[in-house]
Design a protein around this ligand. Structure first.
Ligand code: HEM
Length: 514
């Protein structure tokens, strides 16, 4: 009798545990948010039990598979990953409506964060919710660092780096060595950003520069995997799982080591170079201020530098590589660009940043490169409040995914969308379309849009434009085989070339150094 009671009790206990577990699963994965059940949501493609549309995000080239999905089911879709609601936008007109009417509502990313980490942590600017901290830093970023006037003030800082870029290429050319474009481009963009934010480049002598570039590359690789983490963040958060925690903490620790040293060095020599103009000066002043507009911490400063190093370096570097590959594969474009540079700049002086304004074809090439190969193909945000878009209701906390890749290759918006045709961005080919409807603006979104759009777009146009300008003005480029292989890295969320572009520079004009 006693044994029977014991067995029943055991079964009962297991039964209760099962019930609790099932309930937990139901609330985590199946229960739809209240809003979703009673409103007209955008159309939804067929889904699978339990996982919903999760399988659609497992493709090796998510930007392409989501583009295909939109071609089949429409440009405005409602998806569910487990029980996490999401809308996928693949048309310029819907993106325009959302950014126009809901800009503040979608100005938070709500990406997964790793508490205390400098990289994608709670002090990050890129990850910060739309609020006082973000507004304070955005104002500083535009007025002191990345806005048009700030860029004009820091122009001299970039001149030396462009010369150094040319001299490194020339050195390789003289030795008839091949160049990995990504490597040289990374040195240029990284040095420019370091100098602009910290007043100096990282030292090549003591390995500091290599360390920072290595960390940026490592972080870039991690960011590539981040899309899934962003999509799955809510169920994972409920289960207490933090993806990539170990990697994030490791990278953050290494960044902290380098940046803390740079900060301390800077503070020690502050009297020497203090002019109050450098971004570092401005941030240290805000940090030490007893009565600041917003009280920032030391972690905010370091985290902000990590954000800028990662957001600014990797994307510009890969853009330079894609564009060079397109130029090498299209000799007519190379010739036309060269003619433009020779006629505006000449062959005796190195192209300067100030020449860029007079080189519309070069600018069109950069724009076209970003259209076909946007390094960040998605804009990911979150609707903070429920709202109506067209005749549909979007519940609060719905993730917004705008597929920029699809928008920028939309055959309804672009002629020959798969072709590399810089002419499309020249004013002369746009005549007759000047009264373009405003929503057309959002058919081109390599830098995102709205108040959370990229604040570095002006700097990116300058760095990419000048790098391409130098390479085309000063060298011919020999590659192995006839054409550069343009395959994309599979499984990556940022668009990068699967095979690094390696080529030998042959000096075309020898520009004297001044
Ligand atoms: C070719 C180069 C670049 C591309 C394609 C690019 C693209 C983007 C995109 C798509 C976003 C997200 C925008 C959105 O959510 O609407 C972004 C955000 C951001 N980018 Fe860039 N970017 C580039 C260069 C830079 C540079 C040079 C910097 C600064 C040094 C920079 C700093 C940032 C920052 C700080 C954010 C976050 C802004 C915020 O959350 O308010 N980017 N970028």
């Amino acid at each position: 009798m006693a044994t029977m009671i014991f067995v029943d009790f055991k079964h009962c206990f297991i039964f209760i545990l099962l019930c609790i577990f099932s309930l937990l699963c139901y609330f985590l994965f199946f229960k739809k948010p209240k809003d979703i059940r009673s409103f007209d949501l955008p159309p939804s493609p067929p889904s699978l039990p339990i996982i919903g549309h999760f399988h659609l995000f497992l493709s090796l080239q998510i930007h392409k598979s989501l583009k295909k999905l939109s071609s089949k089911y429409g440009p405005f879709l409602h998806l569910c990953v487990f029980n996490v609601p999401m809308v996928l936008v693949s048309s310029a007109s819907i993106a325009y409506e959302i950014f126009k009417a809901q800009d503040v509502n979608i100005s938070t990313r709500n990406q997964p964060t790793n508490e205390g980490s400098l990289f994608l942590g709670s002090s990050s600017f890129v990850n910060a919710p739309y609020g006082d901290y973000w507004k304070f830093m955005k104002k500083l970023t535009i007025t002191k660092l990345l806005g048009p006037q700030a860029l004009e003030r820091s122009r001299a800082v970039r001149v030396d780096e462009v010369k150094r870029f040319y001299s490194n290429l020339l050195d390789k050319a003289m030795k008839q060595e091949s160049v990995e474009i990504v490597e040289e481009a990374m040195k240029l963009t990284n040095n420019i950003i370091c100098k602009m934010i910290m007043g100096r480049t990282c030292s090549e002598e003591n390995g500091e520069a290599d360390k920072v570039r290595g960390l940026v590359t490592e972080s870039g690789r991690l960011v590539k995997k981040f899309f899934l983490a962003a999509i799955l963040r809510k169920p994972l958060r409920k289960l207490g799982i933090s993806l990539f925690k170990k990697e994030l903490t490791g990278i953050s620790y290494k960044f902290d080591e380098v940046l803390e040293k740079i900060l301390v060095d800077y503070e020690e020599k502050v009297e020497e170079h203090h002019q109050g103009t450098d971004m570092m000066d401005v941030l240290l002043e805000a940090y030490g201020d007893e009565n600041p507009e917003y009280k920032i911490t030391r972690n905010h400063i370091k985290s902000f530098f990590v954000d800028l190093l990662i957001a600014g370096t990797d994307s510009s570097t890969h853009t330079i590589q894609w564009i060079m590959a397109e130029i090498i594969n299209n000799p007519n474009i190379l010739e036309r660009l060269r003619e433009e540079i020779d006629s505006v700049v000449g062959k005796k002086k190195l192209i300067q940043e100030t020449d860029l304004l007079n080189l519309p074809y070069l600018h069109a090439i950069v724009k076209e490169g970003l259209r076909l190969h946007p390094p960040i193909p998605f804009v990911i945000r979150e609707f903070q409040k429920g709202c109506k878009v067209r005749s549909f209701y979007i519940p609060e906390k719905t993730t917004l995914v705008v597929n920029g890749y699809a928008l920028m290759r939309d055959p309804d918006m672009w002629e020959d969308p798969e072709e590399f045709k810089p002419e499309r961005f020249l004013a002369s080919s746009r005549s007759g379309q000047d009264n373009e409807i405003r929503e057309d603006v959002l058919k081109y979104i390599p830098f995102g849009s709205g108040r959370r759009g990229c604040p570095g777009s002006n700097l990116a146009y300058v760095s990419v434009g000048i790098a391409i300008g130098v390479m085309v003005q000063c060298f011919d480029w020999k590659i192995e085989g006839d054409k550069v292989n343009m395959e994309e890295v599979p499984g990556a969320i940022t668009l990068t070339m699967a095979h690094r572009l390696k080529c030998i520079p042959v000096p075309r004009t020898l520009i004297p150094f001044t």
